[in-house]
Design a protein around this ligand. Structure first.
Ligand code: ADE
Ligand code: ZN
Length: 327
């Protein structure tokens, strides 16, 4: 039974993991009308990726204080722990947490970290943060985001990344902000090859000098690139359920994760924005087992790859690897 295996999740947007009932509750408390973003069953409702981004930002608009983010962190970590996730990295955007003001960002961060510490004491789950700029907000805002990241880099903020509309601008536009983050000692990842093709993956890898790629699945279009990624040990944060829900892959059987794995690329498995895509880590594992026949050994390898690619410190990594070896 693959479902209950211990899991490591590297690609999880904190706001994107907000249960719809949690967002509705906050909207009610604040008398904000968010009716347009839910369907009749109370789930998030959107028509395509751009609409998804709109609904995502509308849902996020009711998260207006450090306390809101603390409550969100608690709710999300409960879900993670219920899915046997022992370690997660979450994308955090100072854009939504105090409008990229470093002082405000510190307060939001403090609240989230406090909530994470409580969850770790209660459920053993470990969380770390990756500060993430938003591509369609543009490179100037990304520089402010990178400053927030650089000022709070350390044991808990461990990485820097970019999410949002992959069709907006090009990776090199954001190189300055990635350089700032790198100089502050942060590890780097970038969303690429979700909507863009293999060239988009290559550009992000080359121009931002990242060690992980968020999604990266369209690398499959270019066999030479697949070989290069495998050779260089670049890690793909693959989110198959997200890809199927958004139409990046038509069906699970068409998803390239197994071909990438078979070609020697380091693939990992994550949920991206689980309630938006009606998924969980257990559901991802179940579908991968059903679709590709993945067994405990393969899932064990995936979890090990994930722990090795995590941006945490060496001591935390050793803890994770020990937990994975002796579940
Ligand atoms: N932000 C949240 N989810 C995302 C996704 N799947 N792609 C790009 N940006 C995102
Ligand atoms: Zn993502």
């Amino acid at each position: 039974m693959t479902t209950h295996l211990p899991k490591v999740e590297l690609h999880l947007h904190l706001e994107g993991a907000a249960p719809p009932a949690f967002i509705r509750g906050l909207a009610q408390e604040k008398s904000v009308n968010l009716d347009g973003i839910f369907d009749e069953a109370g789930n998030y409702s959107y028509s395509d990726f751009n609409d998804f981004l709109r609904v995502y930002e509308a849902a996020t608009s009711v998260l207006t204080s450090p306390e809101d983010y603390a409550r969100l962190t608690t709710a999300v970590l409960e879900q993670c722990a219920a899915n046997d996730v022992i370690y997660a990295e979450t994308f955090l955007s100072p854009d939504f947490c105090g409008g990229r003001d470093v002082g405000a960002w510190r307060e939001y961060l403090h609240a989230m970290q406090e909530a994470a510490t409580k969850a770790e004491a209660q459920d053993g789950i470990i969380l770390r943060g990756i500060v993430t700029c938003i591509r369609h907000f543009g490179p100037e805002k990304a520089k402010e985001t990178a400053l927030c990241a650089a000022e709070t880099a350390g044991d808990w903020i461990v990485g820097y990344g970019i999410a949002g509309d992959e069709m907006a601008g090009k990776p090199s536009d954001f190189a300055y902000s990635f350089d700032m983050a790198r100089e502050a000692g942060l590890r780097l990842t970038a969303h690429a090859g979700e909507w863009g093709g293999a060239a988009s993956v290559r550009d992000a890898w080359r121009d931002l000098r990242v060690e992980r790629i968020g999604h990266g699945v369209h690398a499959i279009q270019d066999p030479a690139l697949v070989d290069e990624l495998a050779e260089a040990g670049v890690v793909l944060e693959v989110c198959p359920g997200s890809n199927v829900a958004l139409g990046v892959a038509k069906r699970w059987a068409d998803h390239p994760i197994e071909k990438l794995r078979a070609a020697g690329v380091k693939v990992t498995v994550s949920t991206d924005d689980p309630p938006f895509f009606h998924t969980t880590m257990r559901a991802e594992y179940d579908r991968l087992a059903d679709t590709f026949g993945w067994d405990d050994e393969i899932f064990g390898q995936i979890a090990k790859t994930s722990a090795e690619a995590a941006f945490c410190d060496a001591e935390t990594r050793t803890t994770l690897l020990t937990k994975l070896e002796t579940p």
